[in-house]
Write a protein that binds this ligand. Structure first.
Ligand code: NAP
Length: 455
């Protein structure tokens, strides 16, 4: 008999659904089936690969409301956040198809022999293992599935446990629409139980994983010499210089920090502000935070619950630690159950846990600094390097600061974010390995294959 896992809603603890609790043996069986089907799919014409890929988008659009409702209940998103996730993901699939049609083999000439030339084409990798996180269970899975399929791979998808109901419902919709079952298997169950079998199977052609730095590093220590793509945690700083437009900075910082109750890799997680404008900035940030209102049911409040009890308890610990170290609570600071009131902390020391760790909650620490040099030094004093933002009216000064920040991307006078999805997105240091973005993802899910013509 198949064992099951019951998934409950972070909103009110009600049951969202049950999913199979798979075993290492199920993983091996799935790899074998997928590998067999992939060998045939690898030689299918591009039009066939793209027909299959397109079913991802049609299934999303046809099930838009059902999937968005599940994202609300299973993850605790607001209905608007949930709907955006579904629609944006369908657009990524369409963009991936467009890009795949544009790709051509590159021709390189032999400088010493005009008759000799090399054609560089691309080949699929085999079975791609796609591991997705809880915070964008549809988006951060399909940004792997679409390029993998378009490039001719089969996919073994391990969704996060919280998020596995929406994942299995999506897959059911896909199969019902005629998607070939043998090219995609969904393996549900605990990552820590299945991890070893998933990442060390000899039939795994690539691991593409999004999640925490801890899990990513565990995986990196176990895979063999196969392509590895990791999108990991972030602790993104926003730097506000003395000449910044403070209204603009406050608006983007709050938008970036509190969306999805702060549970985003690219959320603004620390603010470094030059002392001379700190009082004014904190007042403006506070006014923006006040507009969010109290945390509550995401169908009625912009700030919903955290994903589980332990995530909320963590915020309580981080707030208490910051207080103990002398930080001032400007707003919020309380936690009830899984709900954390939007919290603004001022005069937080760099050594506070809320600055050192990826807090992943609606808690924003402000650190006051002497000047841009100190801001850059403290912003870089972290194991992470996903994104950052710099606010200054002087474009040259903002750019000079951005160039000194060790992060995959820096936004000038705008919020940290992943999109638009044709932009390259990457993390440095503990924030990851490899690049996302439609074209880059497609390239990463194939390997070069050359043919040399001699006459
Ligand atoms: P997580 O706990 O690391 O889990 C991510 C995925 O890995 C889940 O599917 C999880 O399954 C699986 N997993 C756990 N242990 C595993 C193992 N030993 N072997 C193989 N798979 C394993 O992360 P999360 O809490 O879901 O997501 C939040 C984290 O993701 C944050 O750190 C956030 O910054 C990061 N993130 C990064 C990006 C980016 O683009 N850089 C985007 C979104 C999120 P289970 O759920 O069953 O444990």
């Amino acid at each position: 008999m198949t064992r099951t896992l019951t998934i409950t809603s972070p909103i009110d603890g009600s049951v969202v659904g049950t999913v199979p609790r798979r075993t290492a043996r199920d993983v091996r069986t799935a790899y074998s089936r997928l590998a067999k089907a992939q060998r045939e799919f690898a030689s299918a014409p591009l039009a066939e690969r793209l027909r299959v890929t397109k079913l991802l988008a049609t299934t999303l659009l046809e099930n838009r409301k059902k999937l968005a409702d599940l994202l609300v209940r299973e993850i605790g998103k607001t209905p608007a956040e949930a709907d955006t996730e579904v629609i944006r993901t369908a657009d990524i699939v369409t963009g991936t198809i467009r890009e795949a049609k544009r790709q051509r083999p590159e021709v390189i000439k032999d400088a010493g022999n005009p008759k000799r030339r090399q054609e560089v084409g691309r080949m699929p990798l085999g079975v791609v293992l796609a591991i997705s996180p809880f915070n964008y269970p549809i988006n951060l899975a399909i940004t792997k599935l679409a390029p993998a399929l378009a490039a001719g791979n089969a996919v073994l998808w391990k969704p996060s446990t919280q998020g596995s109901v929406v994942a299995t419902r999506f897959a059911q919709g896909l199969y019902a629409a005629g998607f070939p079952r043998q090219l995609l298997a969904v393996i549900t169950g605990s990552g820590s139980e299945l991890g070893e079998a998933l990442v060390t199977d000899p039939q795994c052609g690539m691991v593409s994983m999004t999640g925490s730095t801890e899990t990513g590093q565990w995986i990196a220590g176990r895979t063999g010499a196969i392509p590895l793509f990791l999108e990991l945690g972030g602790n993104d700083p926003a730097i506000v210089l003395a000449d910044a437009d403070l209204d603009l900075a406050a608006k983007h910082i709050v938008g970036g920090a509190f969306k999805l109750a702060g549970q985003r890799c690219t959320a603004v997680k620390r603010v470094y502000v030059v002392r001379s404008v700190a009082d004014r900035l904190v007042r403006k940030i506070d006014a923006e935070v006040a507009k969010l209102g109290p945390a509550g049911d995401p169908r009625e409040h912009p700030i919903g619950p955290l994903v589980d009890d332990s995530a909320a308890r963590r915020q309580r610990r981080l707030i208490a630690d910051a207080r103990k170290r002398g930080a001032k609570v400007i707003r919020g600071g309380t936690v009830h159950g899984r709900y954390v009131e939007p919290t603004l902390l001022d005069k937080v020391p760099q050594r506070a846990a809320v600055v050192r760790e990826e807090q992943f909650g609606p808690v924003l620490p402000v650190i006051r600094v002497k000047d841009a040099d100190e801001a850059v030094r403290l912003a870089n004093d972290t194991e992470y390097g996903l994104q950052a933002s710099v606010f200054s009216r002087n474009a040259k000064r903002a750019r000079a600061v951005a160039d000194r920040i060790d992060a995959g991307g820096v936004h000038l006078n705008g919020p940290d974010q992943r999109g638009p999805d044709n932009f390259l997105f990457t993390g440095h240091k503990g924030s990851g390995l490899g690049a996302q973005g439609i074209r880059f993802a497609l390239e990463s899910m194939s390997k070069p294959k050359t043919t040399v013509t001699n006459r």
